[in-house]
Write a protein that binds this ligand. Structure first.
Ligand SMILES: C[S@@+](CC[C@H](N)C(=O)[O-])C[C@H]1O[C@@H](n2cnc3c(N)ncnc32)[C@H](O)[C@@H]1O
Length: 220
């Protein structure tokens, strides 16, 4: 029997996949609960699981957009014990929640460095912790700045590095399956995705997972 090409996975499939997964760390579950009431936007759990897998073997990770540290924690738990993450978010009230959660999960303070500044300012300031080279970069902050984050990150990527970015489908607005409006970030997300996937230095795709996860290997 052949696969039905018109079939698309739905919530039942996602739930079934999740039912097979190992229980998430209690600190991750606590962050999921903490994010919901205030509507702190964090990656979906399935995207978190992918970030954990991608972080394996990655010792120098940079993240743009920490919030309360959910995606950071997936990567921190997935990377080698001697790995390091530098994560950027101007909102200290959120990153304070993140630091407490990482401690609860047993992540040593020196494994994750937080930069509390707008990412483009932080990169431009030439901070030593952002010098790189990085072997994984995760972008998840202002959608209209994704292209500028890439400009800042590119010279800091080592060959073989992974570039990952969330919200690429933007609830259907980037592909046009749902209407977009000028200024809602869709144009910039479209341009960012087209740029990365057309760039011969990258080999990548967009996983239709969560809100859409771009994953690309950098091979200059
Ligand atoms: C989608 S949330 C990040 C979620 C996080 N990656 C997760 O999945 O757990 C986006 C974050 O970007 C932060 N942000 C806003 N402007 C920013 C900027 N200019 N540079 C870096 N981060 C910024 C916001 O404060 C917010 O916490």
């Amino acid at each position: 029997m052949k696969a039905d090409r018109n079939w698309l996975p739905d919530a039942t499939d996602v739930d079934w996949i999740e039912s097979l997964g190992r229980p998430v760390h209690p600190a991750l579950a606590a962050l999921e609960a903490a994010a919901a009431p205030g509507h702190v936007p964090i990656v979906d759990r399935e995207s978190g699981r992918v970030l954990g897998v991608l972080a394996a073997g990655r010792r120098h990770i940079v993240e743009v957009g920490t919030a309360i540290g959910y995606s950071t924690l997936w990567m921190a738990l997935g990377q080698p014990a001697d790995g390091r993450i530098v994560t950027i978010d101007p909102d200290r009230s959120r990153t304070d929640v993140a630091r407490a959660a990482w401690r609860q999960a047993g992540i040593p303070d020196d494994q994750v460095a937080v930069v509390n500044a707008p990412a483009l300012d932080a990169f431009a300031a030439g901070l030593p912790e952002l010098a790189g080279p990085f072997d994984l970069a995760f972008i998840d902050a202002l959608k209209e700045e994704y292209g500028a984050y890439l400009d800042a990150i590119l010279p800091r990527l080592e060959p073989g590095a992974l570039l990952v970015a969330d919200n690429i489908l933007w609830s259907g607005r980037t592909s046009g399956s749902r209407p977009s409006r000028p200024g809602d970030g869709s144009d910039e997300l479209r341009a960012f995705s087209a740029r990365v996937l057309a760039d011969e230095r990258f080999s990548g795709t967009i996983l239709p997972l969560g809100d859409g996860l771009l994953v690309a290997t950098y091979r200059p």
